[in-house]
Design a protein around this ligand. Sequence first.
Ligand code: GUN
Ligand code: ZN
Length: 406
Amino acid sequence: MRKIRTDLLTPLDRDRTLFLKDHALAWEGSAITAVRPYDPALDADCEDWRDCLALPGFVDVHTHLSQYRIRGRYEPALLDWLEKYVFPAEALSRDPAYAELIAEEFFHALFAAGTTTAMIYTAPFQEACEAAFAKAEELGARAFIGMTLMDRNSPADLLQTTDYAFSCSVELYERHHGSSGLLDYIFTPRFALSCSEELMRRLGRFTHDRGAWLQTHLSENPQEIEQVRRLFERAPYTQVYADLGLLSPRSVFAHAIHLTEPEIALLASHECKVAHCPDSNFFLKSGELNYPALEKAKIPIGLGSDVAAGSTLNMLYHAKLANYRQSSYSLQPERLFYHITLGNAELLGLGDRVGSLEPGKEADLCLLQRPAETVPDEELLSALCFWGHELPVRETVIAGRTVYRG
Ligand code: GUN
Ligand code: ZN
């Protein structure tokens, strides 16, 4: 049982955040048991955390574990960047000792950034994906983890056979789906250019039959889109995935920048989710997400770090970039905060368990150092969304377990 005295910020919905001054926040086992105004008669035994703010643990809906060490390697277009930096970096994870090391580094950095849930791509090797699951379990992460699939148009040291890609994915799913309250498997075809029709059709059938999660990249870069059109002799890009059965309410498409109106309608009609990665979109000059059009179509939008095209796992930084990256549309602090907490949790079907600080929810939270300068209470959320990434995380808790102390 822990009981702390602190101020809290917690989202109510997409456009409202609650600031709770001088409260007692308690958790026991994995669950939050109390959020109430501090009462000296009841709460004299609280730990004093008034120099911090309690926030729901952040949720990251798109990131690449095996790319953690190549953040910020300059190459301003997706396909060249993949060839030059990403594929060689992912090939290193063929060595199980390296795969374990990079998983440890990644989860440590994730928790140090206050993130408690992540949707993760690993590398195209079953052992590397197993190493990520083992490390996630040991360290206490909440995560969806997938083996990245590439059965064509790929460097020889990453290329999988279609059977290996499919059967390893199914084995990983059978082993990890529902095996723990915190971890799940997610089928992870890299993108249309690196996956055969046969593989994607088999994945579509399996994920549909089992109601399993699937993540991939969609319509990130104009060259990529043109190559998809030539390779599949079909357009638009979203239609390729639709024809192969990859669209479902448990499919998360990263980037989805250059979509046509019919593609937006297709994603909406299948209740698909979009992972918006503004930092990455800036870095690789990929383009600007049509946030207003997706919002109008009621497509759930989540925020992803997309490390390593994104430079950091710090979700407060990505909240800021989500505002900056819309050239003619301003996302309010409340919306930014919602995206990196409850909104991302809802997108992953976890909205009733995590994403806000309420009694009965699981204790996924971070304690962030308060700004040294005076910030009026009513301006804290705005300050947090635009420079909160500079503030150190003092503690991160997942399902009641402390996973990081700063
Ligand atoms: N498209 C296919 N693979 C990748 C990747 O690793 N990162 C990004 N940003 N886009 C991709
Ligand atoms: Zn990505």
